[in-house]
Design a protein around this ligand. Structure first.
Ligand code: F6R
Length: 600
């Protein structure tokens, strides 16, 4: 996730762009930059670091002009450094362009452009676009942009300027957000409304497939065939703080609702008709060892089951805080997968170093390019965008999605899956963003149940096999943001002790999804009911049996049982959020916690 801004008017563009970028910093902050037109070509300022670093650069080397574009970056392709910071340009620096999204087919286009003699300066996917514009430009920027877009596949919100048209910005959207602000004789564009709220409250939403042209004459909206589209603006009534949260009360809720898009980003370019394509080569391995902390550990735990079931390979999992104290006998044939959203968790970093010391192959699954862990080990990125709520939600489902792809790929390479099975999993993965979206639409059912149970003091989350880590994650979410005592337990272990706790004061949340462990889990549900606990079940909406156990149901769409944990966790995230909010807790910044734990 990145943020883009644009300004055309009479003010000094660099200061308007800087103000906008500061308000979009929540979308990413590993590097930033801007380009303005001043009648003497394209003037650029860009650097690695937060917006404050760009501000310092601008103080020592100001750039002047009244038309410009800017970018705050959350790296996905190419490290966060000065060169890879946007805007990017063509060979002769006649154009500048900023981009939020991922170009899936950039490698093949880059190869063609290199053969044609184009000179590249960065490792980014974005840089191909100004070079395509360079080829197609014939005095009209939007025309060149549209022709370039016909060649690319992926998601984008793009803004571009051209030295020969100093009073024009051309922009386009496909799958990444883009809004226009309309002021008096001045125009703005941005990834999100807060960027221009200090200047105007009149806004226009750009839809997928549309191209926008800003000039002193106004805003022109075009479809991909350059046909004009009419749209009326609306007035933004949110205050700035609310606007940053996209109208949601908390970042956590916004991030929960971003999950369909996040999964699409995680999958982008990785699903192929006959398998899975990942950006890096995974060395051959005979055993896999997954590690992580907290929520990332819960993702690693499910990863273990996936490697066992999809790749038929021995898999183990260990907390990263325990990893280096064990005698693990790792070897070259072991792949250690370290899962960490931040890429900074001290214990996980130490586990990576220990695994490397023992000669194992190491792979990181992380959200942050340039993080300490990503510098220690080859990394696959979850592409969830920046997560502000301390409780991990969207980064967790993106970790799960990526681990599933990894296990599936290993299964394919080992011929552990039939081509029928492979096709079925690919089909289900294509449907996943839609299934997540359908699950989240049931928020009002969760709200009703959250209201009933918000004042209860003890929750027990139960699940078996792939749903056991989901039980742990559901309990963790509830305890960390609502300060209610909650335990996650392997349902089959109940009778070995914890059943003694159960009475009418306990709320049991059981994961009864259709799977090879369904009937066994239902037996555990009966045990809970027999001891008078209140019961909430997570089940498929097609399961007509579960309503005989309780009226408190979280019903989710059906998918393959190995994938259903990704859906099953969603109502549990919502339950924790809604209870925390009802109790008046500080949802986004719960007490005693930090977003990244850099001490051991
Ligand atoms: C819980 C949560 C934490 C993190 C853990 C590891 O909601 O966010 O449990 O999962 O601190 O952090 P990363 O993934 O950054 O290594």
């Amino acid at each position: 996730m990145c943020g883009i801004v644009g300004y055309l008017g009479e003010k000094e563009a660099s200061s308007v762009l800087l103000e906008g970028l500061k308000r979009l910093e929540y979308r990413g902050y590993d590097s930033a930059g801007m380009a303005v037109l001043n009648g003497n070509g394209v003037a650029k300022a860009k650097c690695a670091g937060k917006i404050a670093a760009l501000e310092t650069v601008l103080l020592s080397q100001p750039i002047h002009g009244h038309t410009g574009i800017g970018h705050t970056r959350w790296a996905t392709h190419g490290r966060p450094n000065d060169e890879n910071a946007h805007p990017h340009s063509d060979c002769k620096n006649r154009f500048a362009l900023v981009h939020n999204g991922i170009i899936e087919n950039y490698l093949e286009i880059k190869e063609k452009l290199l053969k044609a003699g184009h000179h590249f300066r960065t490792e980014t996917d974005t840089e191909i676009i100004p070079h395509l514009i360079e080829i197609y430009y014939n005095g009209n920027l939007e025309e060149a942009l549209i022709r370039s877009l016909h060649e690319i596949r992926g998601s984008y919100a793009i803004a571009a300027i051209a030295e020969d048209e100093p009073q024009k910005i051309a922009a386009a959207r496909m799958g990444s957000p883009l809004v226009i602000g309309i002021g008096k004789g001045e125009y703005f564009l941005a990834s999100d409304i807060p960027a221009f709220l200090p200047f105007t409250r009149d806004a226009l939403i750009v839809e997928d497939g549309e191209v926008i042209v800003l000039t002193p004459e106004g805003v022109k909206l075009l479809d991909s065939h350059q046909k004009k589209i009419e749209r009326t603006s609306f007035r933004v009534l949110w205050d700035t703080a609310m606007a940053e949260k996209g109208g949601y009360k908390h970042f956590m809720l916004k991030e929960i609702h971003e999950q369909p898009d996040v999964i699409s980003e995680t999958l982008a370019g990785r699903l192929k008709p006959n398998g899975i394509s990942l950006e890096i080569e995974i060395p051959k391995f005979e055993r896999v060892f997954l590690t992580g902390a907290g929520t990332a550990y819960h993702a690693a735990m499910i990863g273990k089951y996936w490697f066992e079931n999809l790749a038929k390979i021995p898999a183990e999992v260990e907390l990263s805080s325990e990893f280096r104290y064990r005698n693990l006998h790792l070897s070259k044939k072991t792949l250690v997968v370290a899962v960490s959203q931040s890429g900074e968790t001290a214990d996980t970093l130490a586990a990576v170093r220990e695994a490397k010391k023992q000669g194992a192959s190491v792979l990181a699954v992380t959200n942050v390019m340039g993080s300490s862990i990503s510098r220690e080990a080859p990394s696959l990125y979850t592409r969830a965008g920046i997560e502000i709520g301390v409780a991990a939600t969207k980064t967790y489902v993106s970790q799960l999605t990526l681990l599933f792809l990894l296990a599936l790929k290993a299964g394919l390479e080992r011929e552990a899956l039939s081509s029928e099975e492979m096709k079925m999993f690919l089909k289900e993965l294509y449907r996943l963003p839609e299934l997540v979206s359908l699950t989240l639409k049931k928020e009002s059912d969760v709200k009703h149940i959250a209201k009933l149970f918000a004042s209860r003091k003890d929750f027990l989350y139960l699940g078996r096999h792939v749903y056991y880590p989901i039980a742990l994650e559901g309990a963790l979410k509830l305890k960390e943001i609502s300060y209610i005592h909650a335990e996650g337990y392997a349902a089959g272990e109940m009778k070995h002790g914890p059943i003694a706790l159960i009475d009418e004061n306990v709320v049991a949340v059981a994961l009864t999804l259709k799977s090879p462990v369904y009937e066994k889990t239902i037996s555990n549900v009966e045990e809970v009911l027999a001891r008078d606990a209140s019961l909430i079940l997570v089940a498929e909406e097609t399961n007509k049996q579960v309503s005989k156990y309780t009226n408190h149901l979280f019903l989710i769409p059906e998918t393959h049982w190995l994938l259903s944990p990704i859906l099953a966790v969603l109502p549990l995230q919502l339950l924790a959020y809604l209870i925390s909010d009802k109790k008046g807790c500080d949802v986004d910044q719960p007490r005693n916690l930090a977003k990244s734990v850099t001490v051991e």
